[in-house]
Design a protein around this ligand. Structure first.
Ligand code: SF4
Ligand code: SF4
Length: 60
């Protein structure tokens, strides 16, 4: 049985580069730190591609 894939945030540096790129509203920032709402995320990977710090990690 396959478990749900999702993206976690590890060690966000608050650089803001991922700000505004999420089209589903899943990616938000609280005090600059990124957060992913797994219910809204469609796993498009846009945020992972733009993060220069590898703070967004895809788990499958
Ligand atoms: S993978 Fe896509 S939908 Fe999910 S948080 Fe990142 S930009 Fe948003
Ligand atoms: S691009 Fe990466 S380090 Fe920068 S705010 Fe987004 S998740 Fe954090």
């Amino acid at each position: 049985m396959k478990t749900a894939d999702f993206i976690i945030v590890l060690g966000c540096k608050k650089c803001g580069k991922c700000d505004g790129i999420c089209e589903t509203g899943a990616l938000t920032h609280v005090d600059g730190i990124a957060s992913v709402d797994h219910e809204k995320c469609n796993l498009c990977m846009r945020c992972i591609k733009v993060c220069p710090n590898k703070a967004l990690v895809y788990l499958d």
